[in-house]
Design a protein around this ligand. Structure first.
Ligand SMILES: Nc1nc2c(ncn2[C@@H]2O[C@H](COP(=O)(O)OP(=O)(O)OP(=O)(O)O)[C@@H](O)[C@H]2O)c(=O)[nH]1
Length: 457
């Protein structure tokens, strides 16, 4: 972060770009291929990625489409096998990196065309869930947009419905024909802990309930109301916008997390929001372990009008990250988002790879990566707590995105994570579509977990 700058942060509101900044029409996930075992197998022989993308990109209106630059980094792709991590080798490669980048034979990066509807040089507006700081603008008010909110809220509530209904039924049966006493309080705590809410929050809920209704009748709605309120208090401090310091060019976001937790999809969704707000976005396909992950990121780059830097399967991810950072700088990108592999099966390799990426980025800017975002799959429950522990230690996670809250989610674990780690939760994923990423709202989430309906509030 540039020292001496008086940083003024402005958050913008709800979702849509400001007038005049409308994004080009992008279809809801249609045309995006499924990534199956067959796809992966078909891609097991590394080919230049461009060859896989000979067809039309899946954007409805060609005249409005930005043609992003695809930058294939061939320099390090010298074999089909995944390189084994060897720490000595790592050091050698690390030392050699700057020279390597200088002798890169990639074609020069062309000037990026502006996204339709955005005047070049126009100051970008922060989309919902972000805060941009540039040191040059006063805060602007947050605009409400209730109509759109309803649909994702419904999906969130639907996703959490099964677990909250189950918990609600257990709580209701606990208090049937029983007044609130020590035994029922203990049983309530046990139920709340089983729902992944964590001991601390479970006790807060039972203490508050005891203070209000000890020795009296208690209804399920009484408990739900107190649950929503206490969970809301735990989550409120972590519900924060993702702050991008646009004094950095680019602001580097490293995305980490276990395989399948939604890293690549979340990167695509973030890129869409940022491109629409007028920022130049570059993606880096740093998950060099899976061909399908590289291919998937190319599709997201096409769909969102972002530039992309990629390399061949098995190439050194840190080298790719370094190269992408240099290219993003040369091209004047505002944001560089780097995808990574998430092979927890081999923790030592993963640790070495992520540490190396962070170290390499730090050679170009000691503050980089400026944001380390971890994705968590809401359907995994208790295991997500361990995942945060691990990736926080490996990569210095600075904030979270919880994905798949539209599925059979077990959202209680986010409460435990918030209570223990106090890491910001920036967004939640509520579907596979480009717009299915919503800023995290503590109260909405708390009410959905508690199964508190609008009429019972
Ligand atoms: N329902 C739902 N599906 C999601 C969401 N986010 C991601 N997915 C799906 O989850 C699957 C895995 O997502 P990816 O983005 O490939 O996950 P990843 O972490 O990049 O996985 P690797 O590439 O294996 O490391 C894909 O089928 C996504 O479409 C979400 O919020 N809701």
């Amino acid at each position: 972060m540039a020292l001496g700058f008086i940083k003024k942060i402005f958050s913008f509101g709800k979702d849509e770009p400001s007038p005049g900044n409308e994004a080009p029409a992008v279809p809801e996930n249609d045309g995006a291929p499924e990534f199956t075992a067959e796809t992966t197998e078909a891609l097991s022989t590394p080919e230049p990625l461009e060859a896989e993308f000979g067809g039309e990109p899946p954007i409805a209106d060609e005249s409005q489409q930005h043609h992003p630059q695809t930058i294939a980094n061939e320099a390090e792709a010298d074999g089909d096998e995944i390189a084994q991590t060897d720490l000595d080798m790592t050091e050698t490669v690390l030392e050699a990196l700057p020279e390597q980048a200088e002798t890169d034979e990639n074609p020069p990066v062309a000037e990026r065309e502006p996204v339709a509807g955005i005047t070049p040089g126009e100051r970008p507006s922060a989309p919902e869930g972000f805060a941009f700081s540039t040191g040059s603008k006063e805060p602007e008010p947050v605009a409400e947009e209730p109509a759109r909110k309803l649909s994702w809220l419904q999906r969130l509530r639907q996703g959490l419905a099964r677990s909250s209904a189950q918990l609600g039924a257990q709580i209701a049966s606990l208090f049937t024909k029983r007044k609130l006493d020590d035994d029922t309080l203990q049983e309530l705590e046990d139920l709340l802990i089983q729902a992944d809410l964590g001991v601390e929050t479970a006790m807060r809920i039972s203490d508050t309930l005891a203070a209000e209704r000890y020795g009296k009748d208690v209804s399920g709605t009484d408990v739900a109301r107190i649950m929503a309120s206490e969970i809301g208090k735990v989550l409120q401090p972590v519900a924060r916008p993702l702050e991008l310091d646009l004094n950095h060019k680019p602001h580097v976001i490293l995305v980490v997390g276990v395989n399948g937790t939604g890293k690549t999809t979340t990167i695509g969704k973030l890129a869409a929001k940022l491109s629409r707000s007028g920022l130049k976005v570059m993606l880096a396909a740093g998950d060099t372990f899976r061909a399908a992950a590289i291919e998937q990121l190319h599709i997201w780059a096409d769909r969102t009008g972002s530039d992309i830097v990629s390399t061949k399967l098995g190439a050194d991810a840190a080298g790719l990250a370094y190269d992408a950072f240099e290219k993003a700088r040369a091209k004047g990108s505002d944001v560089l988002i780097i995808d990574t592999a998430g092979r927890l099966q081999n923790k030592t390799e993963l640790m070495a790879e992520l540490e190396k990426i962070v170290r390499v980025l730090g050679k170009l800017d000691p503050d980089a990566p400026h944001t380390v975002l971890q994705t968590l799959d809401a359907t995994t429950g208790q295991n997500a707590l361990n995942q945060v522990e691990i990736f926080r230690n490996i990569a210095g996670v600075s904030g979270l995105v919880m994905t798949k809250l539209d599925g059979t989610a077990r959202g209680g674990i986010l409460v435990s994570i918030a209570a223990r780690h106090k890491l910001p939760v920036y967004f939640i994923g509520v579907g596979e579509g480009i717009d299915d990423l919503e800023p995290f709202d503590a109260q909405d989430f708390a009410e959905a977990i508690a199964g508190l309906s609008a009429e019972n509030r």
